[in-house]
Structure formats: structure tokens, C-alpha cells
Design a protein around this ligand. Structure first.
Ligand SMILES: NC(=O)c1ccc[n+]([C@@H]2O[C@H](COP(=O)([O-])OP(=O)(O)OC[C@H]3O[C@@H](n4cnc5c(N)ncnc54)[C@H](O)[C@@H]3O)[C@@H](O)[C@H]2O)c1
Ligand SMILES: O[C@H]1[C@H](O)[C@@H](O)[C@H](O)[C@@H](O)[C@H]1O
Length: 341
């Protein structure tokens, strides 16, 4: 066990418990050293049967626990800033679930704190960058075969949203993924956003603006549209079509198992992200563990997390106030690469 990377997992809810399972049984080179959740029964349930994993109510206690060499943050977004800064103070490498920090001022504090250290410690959990389809699309766009990218058409549907989900969260929790994917795929910053409200679905909780239609503009004139619909009821569907001057490419229409029975056929559709992106989460966490063990930090950076928060905040302003909202990023510290690299 001594040469395995000892990881503290903060938050043992849907994602945290799944990451604990992944660290314990799927990825190589790591072990769960500690788990923190104010609901200690939940934390204890997540590590049941895992040898040497301590349980804590407080994140700070987990970071200080024996054997902890790295941190995976899977607590709710508003708790991330404190956890990231505490990890930085201890010099611990971090994999932090999205949104890195939901409000852009807090996200900038995190990026600047890391920049002051002069070295990266954080990888942000934009797992689509590890999905086989997104990786193929990125290399196709980079190869130039599609010509100059003009548009991305994106669909992001969830079967249902959790009870605490707000209209703003369709943008800063769900579309956060498209924001990062668009910056990464196109290698461009997003410069303005307009959010439109189609008629809300009768299947959405009262008062939730769902679906929403989001239109981003980019610095070199491409447009990115996103249909986000988090109570569609019929499946977890994430698609993206890139349209360039000389071709187009579409991902997210991979076929599930086709079942033929009782004289008819049906195709299975994933019902949630843990199924749809299972391979992407596995690759993401494995890449993080491998890089960390080599003393490196790769993948989406705290700057990518900051940019996503600024763009999402502008989107929420457009949702509430209406109209087109320009996006302004702070000056990028030298520590960080431009979008898409
Ligand atoms: N990458 C993805 O596709 C994906 C999918 C789902 C959720 N997420 C992200 O993962 C994070 C967690 O989401 P979830 O769906 O697992 O939420 P959840 O509500 O299921 O679980 C969150 C857990 O964190 C605990 N918690 C609250 N405050 C804490 C703190 N200060 N320290 C430690 N634990 C604390 C809660 O008690 C709860 O058990 C969020 O940032 C969310 O946006 C990412
Ligand atoms: O937190 C989740 C998660 O990020 C999923 O990947 C996304 O599809 C959901 O819409 C969001 O609520």
C-alpha cells in the first residue's frame, strides 16, 4: 500500500461515492486514505470494506489524516473554494469536481492563489475531455479536415434534476460542461452569451425554467448553441455536432444495446451521467493519479475552471435580465495555457 497514492475524498454523495469506488476498484496506483462528509454515516458507507480509509465530518481533518497525499473534491460547488485553498496550503495535488467555484470572484481567488504558488496543483473535473467521442472530435478539429470551425450544435438532456436544482444551475452546473468543451474543442474564448426560454416543460418542477436555449459567441466568430433540458424524462443525452467550412462531425449518438423481444425492437438509452460517462470518469481519474504520481499536473486547469465560472455567470445574467451579455475574463497568469491547449 505504501507506494499507492493516498487520496482524501471530500463529499460522499453521488459523485464522491462513485469516485471512492473507482479509486478503490477501477484505477491503478491509488488508494482511498480518508473520506470527509458532514454526513459521516454516508462517508462510512462509501468506504465500507476499504482497508485503511478513515472517516471524518470535516474536510480539514481528512486533509490532515495520515497517508493523505492528494485530494479529490466532490462536495457541493459552494464548498470547493475553501477546500481548494486548504489543499494548496498543504501543497496537495487536487482533482476538483466542476464547477470549480460557482462564483467567478471566488474562482479567480483560487486561480490567483495557485498562480502565486508558481506551479499547478489543481485539475478540474471536466470529464468530457476524457470521453472517447469528444477526444476524437477534438483531434479531428485540430487536424484541419473540417476546415475552420463555424458552429457547434449541442444537446444536454437529463432525465430529471435533483430537488435543490435552480434555473441558474441549468447554466452553471449543466451547461458548465458545454462551456468547457466549446473552449477546448475550438481553442477560443467565449465572448458573449444569450439565453432564451422556450415554453417550460410540464415535466419540470414548478418555477424551474427548463428547458433553456443558450447561444454563445466566440472570439473568432463561431457560434455555439446548447439545448439544455434537465427534466426531459426520457434519457441522459449529450450530443455535439461541429460544423466547419469543409465538413461536419457528430458525437453522442453511440448506440446502446438493441433488444428484440415480443415482436419488436428497442434500443437502450443511458439514464444518467454515471452510465453515459463511466469510461470518461475512469480515464479522467486514472490520468490524474498517473500524473500526480509522476509529480505532474495535467488536464483542465484552475484557469479553465475560472473561465467557465465567468461565462456561466454571464449566462445566468442573460437568463434573469434577458438579452445578450458580453463576457470579460481577467488577465490570464503566465502559469496557465490559453483555451484549447
Ligand atoms: N462531472 C460530472 O459529471 C458531475 C456529475 C454530478 C455531480 N458533479 C459535481 O460533483 C459535486 C458533488 O455533486 P453530487 O451530485 O455528488 O452531490 P451530492 O449532494 O450527491 O453529494 C454531496 C455530498 O457532499 C457532502 N458535503 C457537503 N458539504 C461538504 C463539505 N464542506 N465537505 C465535504 N463534504 C460535504 C454532502 O453531505 C453530500 O454527501 C458537485 O460539484 C457537482 O457539480 C459532477
Ligand atoms: O452535476 C451534474 C453533472 O455535471 C452532469 O454531468 C450534468 O449532466 C448534470 O446536468 C449536472 O447537474
Amino acid at each position: 500500500m505504501a507506494d499507492l497514492l493516498g487520496v482524501a475524498v471530500l463529499g460522499a454523495g453521488h459523485m464522491g461515492a462513485d469516485h471512492v469506488r473507482r479509486l478503490d476498484r477501477v484505477v491503478s496506483g491509488a488508494r482511498v486514505a480518508a473520506v470527509a462528509d458532514p454526513d459521516t454515516a454516508r462517508a462510512a458507507a462509501a468506504v465500507a470494506g476499504i482497508e485503511g480509509a478513515s472517516v471524518h465530518a470535516e474536510a480539514a481533518a481528512a486533509l490532515a489524516a495520515p497517508g493523505v497525499q492528494a485530494v479529490l473534491i466532490a462536495s457541493p460547488g459552494p464548498a470547493h473554494e475553501e477546500a481548494l485553498l486548504a489543499a494548496f496550503a498543504r501543497g496537495l495535488p487536487v482533482l476538483c469536481e466542476k464547477p470549480m467555484v460557482p462564483d467567478s470572484a471566488g474562482a479567480l481567488r483560487v486561480a490567483r492563489a495557485e498562480a502565486r504558488l508558481g506551479r499547478r496543483l489543481a485539475q478540474i473535473g471536466f470529464m468530457r475531455r476524457y470521453d472517447a467521442g469528444y477526444l476524437r472530435l477534438k483531434s479531428l478539429l485540430d487536424s484541419g479536415e473540417l476546415g475552420r470551425a463555424l458552429m457547434l450544435h449541442c444537446v444536454h438532456r437529463n432525465v430529471s434534476s435533483p430537488p435543490h436544482f435552480t434555473s441558474a444551475m441549468l447554466i452553471n452546473s449543466s451547461v458548465a460542461h458545454e462551456i468547457d468543451a466549446a473552449r477546448w474543442l475550438l481553442g477560443q474564448e467565449l465572448t458573449a452569451v444569450t439565453v432564451l426560454r422556450p415554453a417550460s416543460s410540464a415535466g419540470a418542477p414548478a418555477g424551474l425554467v427548463d428547458p433553456q436555449f443558450v447561444l454563445f459567441e466566440t472570439e473568432r466568430g463561431a457560434l455555439v448553441d446548447v439545448e439544455v433540458f434537465v427534466n426531459c424524462g426520457f434519457g441522459y443525452q449529450v450530443r455535439c455536432e461541429a460544423v466547419g467550412e469543409t465538413g461536419s462531425a457528430r458525437i453522442g449518438e453511440e448506440h446502446g444495446m438493441v433488444v428484440t423481444a415480443r415482436g419488436g425492437a428497442r434500443e437502450e438509452v443511458p439514464q444518467d451521467y454515471l452510465v453515459r460517462f463511466a469510461d470518461a470518469y475512469d480515464r479522467e481519474v486514472q490520468a490524474w493519479v498517473d500524473a500526480t504520481r509522476r509529480g505532474r499536473v495535467t488536464g483542465p486547469s484552475a484557469w479553465d475552471g475560472y473561465a467557465a465560472s465567468v461565462v456561466a455567470e454571464a449566462g445566468v445574467r442573460s437568463l434573469t435580465d434577458g438579452g445578450r451579455v458580453p463576457i470579460d475574463l481577467a488577465a490570464r497568469p503566465d502559469l496557465y495555457a490559453p483555451a484549447g491547449r
